[in-house]
Design a protein around this ligand. Structure first.
Ligand SMILES: [Zn+2]
Length: 198
């Protein structure tokens, strides 16, 4: 949005919205707004005398995290109790488990990022591997292809389960849920819930 005309169009657009619609955008759909659009929607919230916490909401959804903050959330995640065995003796990491199940006429495949201690991550990959080895290859031909891919993914993923630092899967998981880590950073119970497998 570089010109004054664009800004006017955006302003008009927000001005024509119902309060309900504006509140919905401010609370749920403000992520990714340009700074200009954020500024305009904030002005509109003030003009209508809506609850000013909506402005904080727009800012929060568009918050840009520093490398230090992101690294802090990685560490927070790594220092939680393992959601599988409950132990806190080793730092947590992430793993991608990939499972393929074929039932003659159809093949189901699923990939899940799991957060747990290295030993539990190994177990999760191993159980995905065994299940896939038994159940994956039946479907022809996609079952066989997907089975080979899933086996490779689990094996590759297992290689980083014991890294001394946050691995890519843990990082991706935290980045996906960074707003939740931000909001609940001082509440261990809430953080534990975030890392539970879905
Ligand atoms: Zn564990």
């Amino acid at each position: 949005m570089s010109t004054g005309i664009d800004k006017e169009l955006v302003r008009e657009h927000y001005q024509q919205m119902s309060n309900e619609h504006l509140i919905k955008i401010a609370t749920e759909d403000a992520a990714g707004m340009t700074p200009e659009a954020q500024h305009i929607i904030k002005e509109e919230i003030v003009r209508r005398k809506l609850n000013e916490s909506l402005i904080e909401n727009v800012q929060f959804q568009n918050k840009i995290y520093t490398d230090e903050e992101i690294a802090h959330y990685y560490e927070l995640a790594r220092n939680l109790d393992c959601p599988v065995c409950g132990k806190s003796s080793s730092k947590l990491n992430g793993s991608l488990t990939s499972t393929v199940l074929s039932f003659i006429i159809f093949t189901m495949s699923s990939k899940t990022i799991k957060i747990a201690c290295p030993a539990c991550l190994d177990k999760a990959n191993d159980s995905a591997l065994s299940l896939t080895r038994i159940m994956g290859w039946w479907g022809i031909p996609s079952g066989i292809i997907k089975t080979v891919q899933a086996i490779e993914l689990n094996k590759k993923s297992k290689k980083t389960n014991h890294l001394e630092t946050a691995n890519e899967h843990l990082k991706n998981f935290v980045l996906l849920k960074i707003k939740e880590f931000d909001v609940h950073q001082n509440d261990k119970q809430k953080l534990q819930q975030i890392i539970l497998s879905e």
